[in-house]
Ligand binder design. Sequence first.
Ligand code: HEC
Length: 284
Amino acid sequence: MRISPTTAVLLGALAAAQPALALDLHRERSSPYDLALTGSLAGVAAGETRYARWSDLRSLPTSELKVDGEFVKGPQALTVVFLDDLWKALPAAPGADAFLATCTDGYASVYTSAFISRYRPFLVLEINGKGPKDWPPPGIAFNPGPYVVTVSADLVPGAARLRDLRHKKPWGVTALEVASYAARFKPLYTGKWASLSPSARDGRDIWVNACASCHQGPSGVFGGTRAGKPFEVIEAYAGHDRAYFTKYVRDPKSVVPCAKMEAHPGYTDIELSGLVEFVTAGGR
Ligand code: HEC
């Protein structure tokens, strides 16, 4: 076909209107280093999974970050894709505004669009020039692959003040769900949780940004499966004995010497009472 000068101009304009780079989404997994993508993606039926290969992700706009002590001791170079850029390369359906990450060990983490624009979380593709096939990097015993999503206080100093920063740095990330936060977390904002006091709302934030990393629910809402104890168990626990619950959350081993849960020593008394208020909102 001969392209007339006018058509050529038009084609040029259409090309410019396309997203700079769209991530290839494959129907089949090609390797353990593929990232599974699910959720609200245009052209992907509910419940279906697509796979992005490491090389696909590496061909997106990447950045080189110099950070200190993140994976190995001392300075190191990370090749990363900001979640923001990953989002732009995906056919996210209208209304979707969050990434929900899940990991090999049943850990989970939530990244809302507000969090993404403020704290600039990123997907780590290489550490000192080596990708996940060559991990763990010398100096660490545990393989952080296939993916790590993390936030750097070297890059965004305000991140250092985040209450639950460590829960935003999961290793072993295998899947990202593209979701509407309001739709996915609706049970936490309706019914008995529709009108909460400010401190209980703060407790809900703690639940979503910390506890849900390992505990699912309420009502099966997105969260980690690592603890094997869903919200309803925690609710019963808190309803039964608030003081014991508070001690347990702050330092599990202080009440159950063999407890496997990690301690959360950073919460203030006010934050913990807000957490109890949220968790037990429906009880008694
Ligand atoms: C890193 C994973 C992880 C996070 C984050 C976490 N938990 Fe846990 N939690 C566990 C595990 C694992 C257990 C089971 C502990 C055991 O059996 O020793 C547990 C047990 C508990 C229990 C005791 C339940 C029982 O029946 O024994 C309570 C209460 C609890 N968690 C509350 C919380 C709250 C509240 C938060 C948020 C501040 C939280 N957890 C965050 C992993 C986690």
